[in-house]
Design a binder for this molecule. Sequence first.
Ligand code: NAP
Length: 284
Amino acid sequence: MSFKRYQGKKVFITGGSAGIGKGIALELAKAGASVIVSARGKSNLEQTVKELNAVGSPTAIFDYSVLDVSDKNAADKAAKKAIQTLGGLDILICSSGFAKTGEASDMKDEVYRNLMDVNYFGHVNITLAFQDHFRKQKSGEIAFLASTLAFFSIYGYGAYSASKFAIVGFAQAFRQEMMLHNVKVKLFFPPTTDTPGLEKENTDKPLLSKEIEMGSALNVVHKIESVAEAILKWLPNKKFFGYTGWDSWLQYFLFRHFPEFSIRLTDSELKSAQARLDKKQKVL
Ligand SMILES: NC(=O)c1ccc[n+]([C@@H]2O[C@H](COP(=O)([O-])OP(=O)(O)OC[C@H]3O[C@@H](n4cnc5c(N)ncnc54)[C@H](OP(=O)(O)O)[C@@H]3O)[C@@H](O)[C@H]2O)c1
């Protein structure tokens, strides 16, 4: 797919060293954009910059920024440096984040807080770090990646979903504030995507959560490339909310228009999953 509109654009991506963020970075580089990828781990960032140089324009700038997005001061410094390196900024993509599942009572307090610090405050910190630049410039685009679990939740995802629901509230108000400065703020709900993050999430996911997902017709695992493409296609359009695939669309439609019905639907998926698990355990 050709994304000509991104040619010459200056972009900063949190979570740009892996998964969806890296997928977006690669597509942008192919389209002729300059990109700074940001994350905590230096070696993945170096590897990503190598890959960006291999596919990108020889006149574009590719660099990385080692940053823990939960650290507000570090985010401020990273933003200043990125604007210097690129000579400005047109697009900020907030893709950093992680999932940790488990029954509410089994999760340690620090896990609840860490999820909020990274998934919610991480997006807030980096956005506020760049906001003066965008306001002065009177143009720009900011994309928040949340999750389909930012508009509904199920067994085992309470702490994670809370950190993603929080983004939705912030993004809606922030959108209006920035609209007055001609800056676009948008919110994407990524579906289940085959990334290193998903692989890690699945290592200690409760059996019942896994069973629900296996039995759900709406849990399709998407490829990084198709999610990255969907995000870059949606970014210039007028719609504030973005999602990809019929599965996300149907989930969004049901929860928005038929919330009580949808809650009962997820309850019936939970009961069926529990029954299947009980049966499997009897066989063993
Ligand atoms: N994959 C899915 O199924 C799925 C579904 C719904 C929503 N999402 C959301 O989509 C986004 C991307 O997910 P993904 O699956 O592509 O994740 P991923 O493969 O785990 O990649 C996450 C990226 O974020 C960085 N990161 C993690 N913690 C960070 C921190 N504290 N500070 C700065 N960077 C940090 C990681 O690098 P370092 O670890 O080196 O910092 C990495 O570059 C996340 O917000 C995720 O919650 C994913």
